[in-house]
Design a binder for this molecule. Sequence first.
Ligand code: CS2
Ligand code: MN
Length: 358
Amino acid sequence: MNMTWRWYGENNDNITLDHIRQIPGVMGIVWSLHDKVAGEVWEMERIQEVADQITSKGFSTAVVESVNVHDDIKIGLPSRDQYIDIYIDTIRKLAKVGVKVICYNFMPVFDWTRTELYKELPDGSNALFYEKAAITDDPRQMVDRILEGAGKFTMPGWEPERLARLDELFAAYADVTEDKLFGNLKYFLERIIPVCEEVDIKMAIHPDDPAWPIFGLPRIVRSRETIQRILDAVNSPYNGLTFCTGSLGSNPENDLPAMIREFHNRIHFAHIRNVKVFENGDFIEVSHRGKDGSVDVPEVVRAYYENGYQGYVRPDHGRHLWGEEKNCRPGYGLYDRALGVMYLLGVWDSLAQGKGVK
Ligand code: CS2
Ligand code: MN
């Protein structure tokens, strides 16, 4: 288990590399060029600059999250080829600074979707919340609420310029069915995976969050069956997964430890977080501790441990604690994620010492 931490870059995150150095066990930084919108060229100098910042503090640069996929690729427009060429160019450049895994998603229009960013938990902390009944037919309401809550930071997938064109985007996806979206993913993978094999970078698709279709948009990475279909579409270890227990765990039908046991050879990046799913299907993000939510986190870690998992791991979203929501990124505060690292390593270390932690 190679522990990492997602960092948004200098002047783009309230947490610094020096803070991260003080969290025990973190070996690598999960990074990106966050000012780049999907389809933009990543200049080598910019890549090198961030990679140098990271390595100068003793961290590995091995994981990039995300290189976002342009909507034209997901929609399957003729212009997709030019955007795939740019994607390939970025893959090749990232290989030069030691990148081994690229996390990406193939969700139409939105990345993760929530109805509230600061929902209070019984202990007085607050966290990202999804209320099924608050998702109406009109996504505009939700978008405005999220953008307002994000404060000074631009969140990946929630770029205001892009979301200003919401109607246009929805219209472009109008005839993109689940099968068509899957076909477009396959087309994309067939072009990029040979390059990944050549430069030794593993692609790791992130599941849809939440794990069901919303606003009539298809979602194709949401269950055991849909994941199997993607892995089979291009059957190479370089076509792999980011296994996010928070995203997949939003649907209690997903048996997460069983899926890890089944797919571990193709999991290159593990996002571990906990969600509490209510009977009506609403869910809220909670601490990483298994007992606090619906995800059996110790069993998740055990499934990795027992399969000799050596890939990258990070705590995913955390709650906002001790008032930090005033200046941190939603879901990406310091405290709960640091507690998460320690919890995950605690479970792992106990297993490694043969003590079992049922
Ligand atoms: C994050 C995602 O919320 C999450 O689980 O890990 O937003 C993730 O960064 C993207 O979907 C990857 O492209
Ligand atoms: Mn995730």
